[in-house]
Design a protein. Structure first.
Length: 585
């Protein structure tokens, strides 16, 4: 715990939830030893790990400041959407109260009801500009004696439900779960870990701990140890939720409560665990220069999220394989789904990968009906670019080196000292490990929209991508969804027959060739036609009845599978075995 001088401001937060069923956190900030005529407070507009300005201040209300000695209310002026200025009237202690509405169950926001409370610091706490490096004390008053608190923040000895954050970044980076959640503690490599699980479902917690230990051990082996003393997984079992948010010594996970019995869904959950845990190195400690110091006031732009998130997405497939949770064939099944997502997204030919990262703030989390036509996820394409780089390094060095060595070098040069890296720093270290000039590779696959040569690189490992056609249906180019008995076109692929005919997202599909058609019937009806056939589709377009002629195109693959090549060469066999432990037929 830090010591204070007689002139250093002291910050203490108190969080109460007197009526949790009403979804309000009561927040009190006490500032002691204050000596300026004005006190400025700002609320973050985004949270690290989720690159969108979410305007957390919109949930704040009843902001008031007073002098606790005299009880005098202090004049407060709101200077911008998230900025309050308080005239202190020369008082040395200022107490600020506000309430935050918390009814959003996600990993990046706040949720409070009769069953539990959860908050993410950026969505609850204000900061004093210029004083972010000072320590903060946090006290929480629970509504019931039966509730408990789980957080990565260290408790202050002798003070009930009181915790210590060494600075504002740490406070933001330390989520808090309150309630009657299950607490499962376990050890890995002499370090304490825990799951705090809110909600009910069909999760087998014994198997969860077995598999999580394997994931932690596997990732620790990659980076040669664990850079913390304690780590906490906060897990929310929700109706159909999905998501994760990384923190330095913890993570928050949200997953469908009944999605654990089916093997593929359980594997997807373990990939989520592996992904968020991997982030404790890649992004929380190895992070882009633009994120070395957080600016909570506005966007923090970087072209390197392809590495922070995309590389992590590649490894969330690899880690369960190495941990023995699934085998190489299952890995290729998961990889096939990722490649399918990529090759069926037209936006991959429109938006470069580095631009996808830079524009995360305005595009990734703000999807609309045209998103798949105009953008590509840096998670997805970054994952596949990392795959290619891993295969390049492995092929050149006979599996004696891999992208693992890039990660270890980045950890050594930037992560351990927590110095931000530039895009040039990253590319230089990848080049060093590869032992090749990769300038042309980076230009093509990070900074342009050239198609990724997935088949070329996979072939060196005895694999190929096989397109799968859905009964050789002629291509129309729409996705339709039934909404309360109404068939709604949700997506129209750019350049498709439907797009050329003028069909639009949110049109209501009524009939094909004058006969009513439903979402379930559409593909079956298309079986009666071939490429170049003309059909008529009747729709409501903005409530106006319209019938358009659509000329169908040649069938397009609905999915892709990564499969072994026939008659692989000895080099292909060795490469595949060294990469995935598989022996090609």
């Amino acid at each position: 715990m830090n010591s204070f001088s007689a002139t250093t401001p002291i910050f203490s937060y108190h969080v109460a939830l007197p009526n949790p069923q009403n979804h309000y956190f009561d927040v009190t900030l006490t500032v002691e030893q204050w000596s300026s005529p004005d006190l400025n407070l700002k609320m973050p507009v985004w949270t690290p790990g989720s690159y969108l300005v979410r305007e957390f201040e919109r949930h704040l209300q009843e902001f008031i400041a007073h002098d606790p000695t005299t009880g005098e209310t202090l004049k407060t002026t709101k200077l911008s959407k998230n900025h309050w200025q308080i005239a202190t009237n020369d008082c040395s202690t200022v107490r600020i109260f506000y309430r935050v509405y918390a009814n959003s169950l996600s990993v990046r926001t706040n949720h409070l009801d009769a069953s539990h409370g959860y908050f993410n610091g950026a969505a609850l706490f204000c900061f004093l500009p210029g004083y972010e490096s000072l320590p903060i004390r946090l006290q929480i008053t629970l509504p019931h004696d039966r509730w408990q608190i789980t957080t990565p923040l260290p408790a202050i000895a002798g003070m009930k439900q009181t915790f210590w954050a060494e600075d504002f970044d740490t406070l933001v980076d330390s989520p808090v779960e309150m309630g009657t959640h299950r607490y499962l503690g376990f050890e890995v490599l002499g370090k304490h870990h825990a799951f705090a699980i809110w909600g009910e479902g069909n999760l087998d917690t014994d198997q969860l701990l077995i598999d999580t230990r394997k994931i932690i051990q596997t990732e620790a082996d990659l980076f040669d140890g664990l850079p913390y003393n304690n780590y906490t997984f906060l897990l929310h079992l929700s109706s159909e939720g999905y998501g994760g948010l990384e923190h330095k010594n913890s993570c928050t996970l949200n997953y469908g409560r009944f999605n654990f019995r089916e093997p593929e869904k359980y594997q997807r959950f373990l990939q989520l665990v592996a992904h968020e845990f991997f982030h404790l190195w890649n992004i929380k400690r190895i992070r882009p220069k633009a994120l070395e110091t957080f600016d909570y006031n506005q966007e923090n732009y970087t072209p390197s999220l392809w590495f922070a998130e995309g590389t992590t997405s590649y490894y969330d497939l690899v880690i369960p394989l190495r941990a023995g949770i699934y085998d190489g064939k299952v890995f290729l099944g998961h990889l096939s789904k990722e490649i399918t997502r990529y090759l069926t997204t037209p936006g991959r030919l429109v938006q470069p990968l580095a631009e996808s990262s830079f524009d995360a703030w305005i595009k990734l989390y703000r999807r609309d009906s045209n998103s798949d036509n105009s953008q590509i996820s840096y998670y997805l394409k970054g994952e596949l670019v990392t795959l290619l780089l891993d295969l390049i390094i492995r092929d050149r060095h006979q599996n004696q080196h891999s992208f693992d060595d890039v990660l270890r070098l980045m950890w050594q040069d930037f992560g351990q000292s927590e110095i931000g890296f530039t895009p040039e720093d990253l590319e230089q270290r990848i080049t060093r490990i590869a032992g090749l000039d990769l300038g042309d590779f980076f230009q093509r696959y990070l900074y342009s929209t050239e198609e990724l040569p997935l088949d070329d690189y996979l072939n060196r490992f005895g694999l190929e991508i096989k397109p799968v056609y859905e009964e050789k249906l002629p291509y129309l180019g729409i996705k339709v969804q039934s909404e309360k008995g109404i068939e709604v076109i949700k997506f129209v692929a750019s350049g498709s027959p439907a797009a050329q005919a003028g069909l639009d997202a949110e049109d209501q599909l009524l009939a094909m060739n004058g006969i009513r058609v439903s979402t379930e019937q559409l593909n079956d009806r298309l079986k009666d036609y071939r490429a170049d056939d003309m059909i008529q589709l009747t729709v409501f377009h903005q409530d106006r009845l319209s019938t358009v002629d659509v000329r169908l195109a040649s069938p397009q693959a609905s999915s892709y599978e990564v499969v072994p090549v026939s008659n692989p060469s000895p080099d292909q066999v060795d490469n595949l075995k060294g990469w995935l432990g598989l022996i090609a037929p």
